[in-house]
Design a protein. Structure first.
Length: 268
């Protein structure tokens, strides 16, 4: 999923790369916090890793409620904020409108970030942030179909403009197609035997594997006479192990407790 971003040939400076997988379990909103769109996880660690400053353009490829976006802007950087959810785009646009041209907000899936950068004529960025998973707002809005606790349509579309809903998949897909989805995307070995499955996202494993495959300079296999240079080598791992929220942050924001931050730097 990150391939189009990582190998974008337009980048002339080595940006830092971050990916967060909250995978937080759904809970009722704390009393008095119904107005909160989504509380960002690992915000301090994100800023320490990206090192935003005046003159840099940071890509917030999944801006959600705009918490990380705002922190990046407060640090002096300009931000291109993307999200495929129109509700998030409206929220961030209104919330940060006072910052004028320092922020550009577009409705787009992060896999199309290269197209948005081309359209805007942005040839260099200082870093990129991807906060993967669903937001508190999406979980709490029963009509979106993401909730485990609230009744609503089986929708689950991040972008309501797309036609494919979870209801279509569940009701119309063949047994073979469902088995493939459970096995390949859910990494479920018992995929063939399942009627119903509920699980949290597996974005972190995908990011972990992508970073691993792109940070090995040399590849070696038993059948090769000698190691070969990895054609996908273009990242340097900054965090060999994922960074997790402190106990203090988990107490203040229980939904952050499963968050994992992985950082890699783009190399020339």
């Amino acid at each position: 999923m990150l391939r189009e971003l990582v190998i974008n040939p337009l980048w002339t400076a080595p940006p830092a790369w971050l990916a967060i997988d909250p995978k937080a379990q759904e809970e009722p909103a704390p009393a008095g916090e119904d107005f909160v769109y989504h509380r960002p996880a690992l915000q301090r660690e994100v800023l320490e890793s990206l090192k935003p400053k005046v003159g840099l353009v940071i890509l917030d490829a999944t801006c959600g409620g705009g918490g990380h976006t705002e922190a990046l802007l407060e640090s002096g950087a300009d931000v291109l904020a993307l999200d495929q959810d129109p509700d998030a785009v409206r929220h961030v646009t209104e919330r940060l409108a006072h910052l004028g041209r320092r922020i550009i907000v577009r409705q787009a899936n992060f896999r199309h970030a290269d197209c948005v950068l081309d359209e805007l004529g942005i040839r260099t960025i200082g870093g990129a942030l991807l906060d993967l998973g669903v937001s508190s707002r999406q979980l709490q809005n029963a009509e979106r179909g993401f909730s485990f606790m609230r009744n609503g349509p089986l929708d689950m579309r991040m972008d309501p403009r797309t036609s494919l809903t979870a209801a279509t998949i569940v009701n119309d897909y063949s047994e073979d197609d469902l088995t493939r989805l459970f096995r390949e995307l859910g990494e479920e070995p018992a995929a063939r035997r399942i009627a119903v499955i509920s699980f949290h996202s597996l974005e972190d494993r995908m990011v972990k594997n992508f970073f691993r495959d792109h940070s090995k300079e040399w590849l070696d296999r038993p059948e090769w006479p000698e190691p070969r240079r990895n054609p996908d080598y273009d990242l340097a791992l900054v965090t060999p192990k994922p960074v997790e929220p402190s106990e203090e942050e988990q107490r203040a924001n229980p939904r952050s407790r499963s968050a994992k931050l992985r950082v890699a730097e783009k190399i020339k």
